[in-house]
Design a binder for this molecule. Sequence first.
Ligand code: NAD
Ligand code: UGA
Length: 461
Amino acid sequence: MKIKNICCIGAGYVGGPTMSIIAQKNPDINVNVVDVNEDKIAAWNSKNLENLPVYEPGLSNVVKEARGRNLFFSTDINLQIHKAEMIFISVNTPTKTTGEGKGYAADLKFVEECAKQIALASKSDKIVVEKSTVPVRTSEKIKEILKLNNSDVDFQILSNPEFLAEGTAMRDLEIPDRVLIGGEMTNKGKKAIDLLVNIYSSWVPLENILTTNLWSSELSKLTANAFLAQRISSINSLSELCEETGADIEEVSKAIGMDSRIGNSFLKTSVGFGGSCFKKDILNLVYISRSFGLKKVADYWEQILIINKHQRDRFAKKITQCIYNNNLQKKVLMLGWAFKKNTNDTRESAAIYVANNLLKEDIKIDIYDPKVKEHQINFDLLCLNEKFDSTSVNFVNDPFLNIVNYNVITIMTEWDEFKSYDWDKVYRRIKKPAYIFDGRNILDFEKIKKLGFDYTGLGRK
Ligand code: NAD
Ligand code: UGA
């Protein structure tokens, strides 16, 4: 048997790009991506590829190649479930905001809804693939829901967590470090694993496709994110120590990263990690550990989040203190809103938290981001603080048009264009004294200081 029809429920940052690549690499398989959000599906189908709901370098070319050939986007969820032999669940799994585990546990209601819908719409055997990031043993729950709602067909559950990072998603999907597939160690389970391995093996070398049992696969995903985030909090905690001691965090980072046992990635200090997953996945890990009575384990992982918040707070505090101590006008120009470069995603971006702290001090903010729209910025601030006054922030299309009006610029996202600005020209026009707060350490601080700016980065003087 070979899979001929795939359905993916959830057309978001994971479902969209992942299925686009699967379709591109397997022209003989029909890939149908479905979502309840009609606007999102319309955007995936839009003729103008600039309007795709996800901005990701290289994505539009893949969509252009496969869409209409064997890649389709629709809202007809039941029909596509019915037609498919393999169904991916790629819906959001946010942190619970109410009920047991509130503030920590993953909210699986969307995953559970999908399982129920799959069960009710299925008239033949299906392989159900967990693509969403879920707590360990979720597949057990999915299986229960499937069986309870439909005992006539056989459902095999696989765990196939996604490791792509936004901004580099297409490269990560094209050349993944590994593809992880967990399944039941029964004959049927092993057959299901093989069918998914076949799909990936169209472009991923077999030695990079790792198969495990279900629980290992589920737990590995949470753990991988926790390890990555842990490195960032480790380096960020040291950036504060560098500021006290005169050591330079960029030099420390380089020195430790050159140890091949440590490696040099994820050692870049920042104003704090953002993104939709690190925080929620660590909270989830903390919750799971606590629910097994492992208090010390839970506290250990939670510390990563405590340092992350501390890093954002102390960055905002530096800006407010600078404004108060120097009696400056209460206004800043903020460059960058996305949680990292090359994405339009703003979920959990450090910029939201820093802006919120500045707004609490009645500081007005003009914001520029090359890929984020004004309504998103207002939405993000409103979600964090329902009393948010939208007249305190202003979205600007050209950050330097009114540069004469600012004393303070703060860099929140490491967009390449910020590095290549003509900072000399900016200095000549900006209001004096001129301060730069670089939340990403992207500027050459010696050069910037020579131009006349008062420069504050992280972990270096
Ligand atoms: P997203 O919010 O961008 O997309 C999820 C989509 O699912 C939304 O469009 C929503 O409308 C849809 N949806 C929700 N319930 C539905 C239902 N019952 N039927 C149909 N559609 C439904 O989320 P995302 O960033 O793509 O993340 C999805 C999962 O992948 C999460 O579990 C996340 O932790 C994980 N993940 C995300 C990333 C990332 O970089 N964003 C990377 C790896 C893993
Ligand atoms: C992260 C993981 O890297 C992916 O493997 C995983 O699939 C994904 O989460 C997920 O499960 O959602 P993502 O959040 O998209 O991907 O982006 P990252 O590159 O990991 O960056 C996360 C945050 O950490 C960003 O705000 C980034 O600026 C920050 N970061 C990253 C640092 O501050 N320093 C670094 O050295 C690296």
